[in-house]
Design a protein around this ligand. Sequence first.
Ligand code: MRU
Length: 345
Amino acid sequence: MARSLFWEDGALVVLDQTQLPHRVEWLRLRRWPEVVEAVRALRVRGAPALGAAGAYGVALAARELAANPQEFHERLRQAAEAIRSARPTAVNLAWGTDRALRAAEGAPEAEQAAESALAEAHRIVQEDERACRALAEAGARELGDGERVLTLCNTGALATLGIGTALGILRAAWEAGKRVHVYACETRPLLQGARLTTWELRELGIPFHLVVDAAAGWLMARGRVDRVVVGADRVAANGDVANKIGTYTLAVLCRHHRVPFWVAAPLSTVDLATPDGQAIRVEERAPEEVTWFAGCPVAPEGTPALNYAFDVTPAELVDALVTDAGVLRPPFGPALRAAVGGARV
Ligand code: MRU
């Protein structure tokens, strides 16, 4: 089954998701700048997987920098800053990086610091595996038998350290014997839905159709969608949700067609320090991701393209936040504070 990353023999091994579905290629990252490159290039991606990648990046940096213990902590902090800022929107990247950094800073000697950072990264992996399972089961319990569920991007095992979030719910429902049909939006411009979600769904044997992103409204108008379930890159304290570009459009369509709109995320994606969606920095990526397709130009040379990787959906359009602390309903502010305050997975 799909797996996003693991630690082996002093290296962070990541499945290069830019090569899927055509090639299954594992990369052995031994130096922390390689982690930064892999994150920027989306070789490893999805909020929870980025959290672990960030933590392992700090562990690699600590091992590397321990060879010369002079100003070790200062140089480690600089490496962590570079890792943390490789992508700005998914809060898990900063969260995982900072957890490993804090663990390292608690150790007096450089070598111990490297061990502590690595142990923290392993803990993040274990916690996410449990969180995915808990939220997937919580969501699956509420899903009706025979539902047709539309989803965006990839939120499965490839995006996490467990069975996934939005896709994890569908998998848990399927494995519990419920019939499910998935509409996987292709997810322009990098096609995480077409390349990755379809790949996971085929492995799982869950029936699905791949659809273009623009088909969502028409499918809803034809009464073919019972629910939309997506993941999240950051959930603000008031319940506003940053997620893959197109999520907001889906939420608006859902409200118009009275289709329930769910967001699935572990509590590690909840950022109580960010009051609302306006305070979330939305990543803008290279225009060539839009003006080129599969290595070929598709727009006249010099075409300006705006390439926002994410958008922000206001909390008022979200019907439920499915978390490892259970299914939260509006008003999300108090529900999130209570869930994060009592979070134990
Ligand atoms: O740009 P990506 O592929 O990292 O974007 C991923 C998403 O938007 C996911 O929905 C989100 O990270 C949740 S993954 C469980």
